[in-house]
Write a protein that binds this ligand. Structure first.
Ligand SMILES: CC(C)(COP(=O)(O)OP(=O)(O)OC[C@H]1O[C@@H](n2cnc3c(N)ncnc32)[C@H](O)[C@@H]1OP(=O)(O)O)[C@@H](O)C(=O)NCCC(=O)NCCS
Length: 348
């Protein structure tokens, strides 16, 4: 076995190599994680879907071929989010994420160690498999993969102790890092009992074939404990199960429509905003050569209109209804720019 990607010099680069999605099947099978306490310890450590010719499993993300495959899939997908490619993010923001978070090194070492890295694959020939989709699911329900660019893998229960909310942005102590953001208060930031998800991507060559729906269905059917129990179904693999109630996502604005189509719902009142400061201007975004104002950007994602027009949501879900007036106010503040929506998905 090759050594894991253990140092940044081995794998911190922007990986746009499409061919990296092909991995030796033997390496993929060796990377699946066996959970000794599984209820079915002698079962294979992955699930095969014979009819579709697909395979799903949790892999060790530090295996170099796997880290490179996942990194290439995520990085190529994120290229499309560049403002210069018609997307919603400044190029420098995309490149920072590609280098620091979803490089092969980042995939292997940053969030991966706190999450279950699922990969969906198909065999292409006797030796090789193609990774066609991936998702990272937090192992613990309390894990928050990222909290502004300065915190990774936080525990929700200790957020107040672990985060310095008064820290300076740089040298001037009056210029506070957290003055640049508006988000739900720490106790409400994440709904309890839901797994944070990130890196939910279908390969660019594989889109529009229903694979994202398939992956979500397969995760629920084969890995969500509550669903398996409610169906009286057996456990078909010797991997971890997901014991939370569902998924929780901090999603970029354009993702909301996609996620809603896939069965996720908006967590009302949980939007995050950037707050522009004189000492911290936001990178500009352009559309058809015109700079987009924060207000126009917010409006293009349905804010504040969605909260005046829409029906109230299911009150049994962990929405933040009391924060909606604040979200409406922020979305009409010329210095506030929508950063994220939160979305959720129920297993049962
Ligand atoms: C979003 C994504 C995962 C969908 O994967 P996919 O396998 O192509 O989707 P499916 O073929 O299963 O289609 C699922 C539904 O989503 C819709 N959909 C797919 N891409 C969409 C998009 N860009 N905008 C709106 N809806 C979209 C499809 O129309 C389909 O709905 P329908 O069946 O009602 O027509 C994939 O496009 C992707 O990886 N995008 C880039 C990364 C991303 O945005 N990830 C989500 C946030 S982490």
């Amino acid at each position: 076995m090759q050594p894991a990607i253990a140092s940044a010099s081995q794998g911190q680069y922007i990986n746009l190599n499409a061919d990296d999605r092909f991995v030796p099947t033997e390496r993929l099978h060796a990377a699946y994680i066996h959970y000794p306490q599984s209820h079915n310890p002698s079962a294979p450590s992955f699930v095969r879907f014979e009819d579709e010719g697909l395979e799903l499993g949790i892999v060790a993300s530090e295996v170099p071929e796997i880290a490179r495959a996942v990194s290439s899939m995520l990085s190529r997908s994120l290229e499309d989010a560049k403002n210069s490619n018609g997307g919603h993010l400044p190029s420098e923001v995309v490149e920072r994420v590609q280098l620091e978070i979803i490089s092969p090194y980042g995939v292997a070492n940053l969030w991966g160690t706190y999450g279950h890295r699922f990969v969906l694959s198909r065999e292409v020939d006797a030796q090789r498999s193609e990774i066609v989709a991936t998702i990272l699911v937090a192992r613990r329900k309390g894990t928050i993969f990222f909290f502004t660019g300065r915190y990774n893998n936080l525990r929700h229960s200790t957020i107040d102790q672990d985060v310095d909310f008064l820290q300076p942005a740089s040298n001037d102590p009056e210029q506070r890092w957290f003055a640049q953001f508006a988000f739900p208060g720490p106790p409400d930031f994440k709904p309890g009992a839901y797994h944070h998800i990130a890196n939910f991507v279908v390969g660019k060559e594989q889109r529009g074939q229903g694979l994202s729906r398939f992956l979500l269905r397969a995760l629920v059917d084969k890995y969500a404990r509550d669903h398996i129990v409610s169906q009286g179904a057996g456990i078909e693999h010797s991997q971890f199960l997901l014991c939370g109630r569902g998924f929780w996502q901090i999603g970029d604005p354009p993702w909301l429509a996609r996620m809603q189509k896939l069965g996720f719902y908006l967590r009302w009142g949980a939007e995050s905003f950037f707050l522009e400061q004189d000492w911290a201007p936001l990178p500009r975004i352009f559309e058809a050569g015109q700079q987009v104002t924060n207000l126009a950007y917010n409006r293009s994602f349905g804010l504040p209109a969605r909260y005046s027009d829409a029906q109230p949501p299911d009150l049994s879900r962990p929405h933040l209804l009391a924060r909606i007036p604040e979200v409406i106010r922020l979305s009409q503040d010329p210095r506030a720019k929508l950063q994220y929506f939160q979305t959720m998905f129920e297993f049962v």
